[in-house]
Ligand binder design. Structure first.
Ligand SMILES: Nc1ncnc2c1ncn2[C@@H]1O[C@H](COP(=O)(O)OP(=O)(O)OP(=O)(O)O)[C@@H](O)[C@H]1O
Ligand SMILES: [Mg+2]
Length: 248
C-alpha cells in the first residue's frame, strides 16, 4: 500500500528521519511506536504529504507521491494528525462533513453517516453544533476520528487518535475500531505511545528510535526476541501488555 525507500528528513540540524525503508501491507494494521521525538509524526506527515522528504521516494499503491495529485490522494485516505487538526471556525458537524459536502454527497446519507459515527465514538449529538473551542479534548479527538472515518476510506493514518480519551471510552473504541479494521480489511497506520494499544491493534509493530527502525515484528518478537537492549528497556518500561504482568 505504501513503500518508503531511503527516506531522509531533517529540520535544520535535526535529523528527524534517516535512510528509512518501510513497507505497509494492505489490509493490515501497522503500529508505529517509539520515544517522543523519534520521528513517528514525521513519517505519517510524509505519507499524507504534509511533510516533504529531503531524499528518497514514497509510493502509494505503486505510484510515487507528487504534489499535483494531492487532493485525489487525500480523498482515498482518512487521517488524524496529532493535535486533531480541526478547523476552529467550523462546527463539529461541519468539520466531519466538510469533504462529503465538498464532493456533493447526498445530505441525507451524510446525516445518517454522522449519526452512525456519533454512535460509534460515543459523541453526544447535541454537541455537533459546537465549535472545537467549546468541546473537551476527548470530544475534539472523537470529531477528528469521525472526520477520518466519514468517507469510509480504505487507508487510515492515525496519529495517537485515542490519547485524550478516558479509559472507558478508549477501551470501547479500541474494541470497535479493531473490529471495523479487521472486518472491512482496512489498511491502518497508527501511531501510539502505548505498547498495549500497539499490540492490540498492530499486526506489525514498528519500534523507532532517533529516526531509524530498531525492530519491526509482532509483540511476541519484541517481548521475546528484542533486537537490542533498547527494545528490551522500551517494552519493559510499559505496564499494559495484555496478559502479562509488569516485570515478568
Ligand atoms: N516543523 C519542525 N521544525 C523543526 N523540528 C521539527 C519539526 N517537526 C518535528 N521536528 C523535530 O523532528 C523530530 C521528530 O519529530 P516528530 O514530531 O516526528 O516526533 P514524534 O515521534 O512524533 O514525537 P511525539 O511522540 O512527541 O509526538 C523531533 O526532534 C522534533 O523536534
Ligand atoms: Mg508525534
Amino acid at each position: 500500500m505504501f513503500e518508503l525507500r531511503e527516506i531522509s528528513k531533517a529540520y535544520g540540524a535535526v535529523n528527524a528521519i534517516t535512510d528509512l525503508d518501510l513497507t505497509i501491507t494492505p489490509g493490515k494494521t501497522t503500529a508505529l511506536i517509539g520515544p517522543s521525538g523519534c520521528g513517528k509524526s514525521t513519517i505519517l506527515g510524509m505519507m499524507i504529504e504534509l511533510v516533504q522528504p529531503d531524499r528518497g521516494e514514497i509510493q502509494f499503491k505503486g505510484t510515487a507521491l507528487a504534489p499535483g495529485k494531492l487532493e485525489q490522494l487525500r480523498q482515498r485516505m482518512g487521517y488524524v494528525i496529532q493535535d486533531g487538526g480541526l478547523f476552529p471556525h467550523l462546527s463539529a458537524r461541519h468539520n466531519v462533513t466538510l469533504m462529503a459536502d465538498h464532493l456533493g454527497h447526498d445530505p441525507q446519507i451524510t446525516d445518517q453517516r454522522v449519526e452512525y459515527l456519533c454512535d460509534l465514538t460515543h459523541f453526544p449529538t447535541d454537541a455537533l453544533g459546537r465549535s472545537p473551542a467549546q468541546l473537551s479534548g476527548g470530544q475534539c479527538q472523537r470529531v477528528a476520528l469521525m472526520r477520518a472515518l466519514m468517507l469510509d476510506p480504505d487507508v487510515l493514518l492515525l496519529d495517537e487518535p485515542l490519547g485524550a480519551l478516558d479509559p472507558l471510552i478508549r477501551f470501547e473504541l479500541q474494541t470497535e475500531l479493531r473490529d471495523i479494521f479487521q472486518t472491512l480489511g482496512k489498511t491502518v497506520i497508527m501511531v501510539t505511545h502505548d505498547i498495549g494499544e500497539a499490540s492490540y491493534f498492530g499486526d506489525t509493530i514498528i519500534l523507532l528510535r532517533e529516526g531509524c527502525i530498531v525492530q519491526s515484528g509482532t509483540i511476541d518478537d519484541l517481548t521475546n526476541r528484542p533486537a537490542d537492549e533498547f527494545v528490551e528497556r522500551f517494552v519493559r518500561a510499559q505496564r499494559t501488555i495484555p496478559g502479562q504482568e509488569h516485570g515478568k
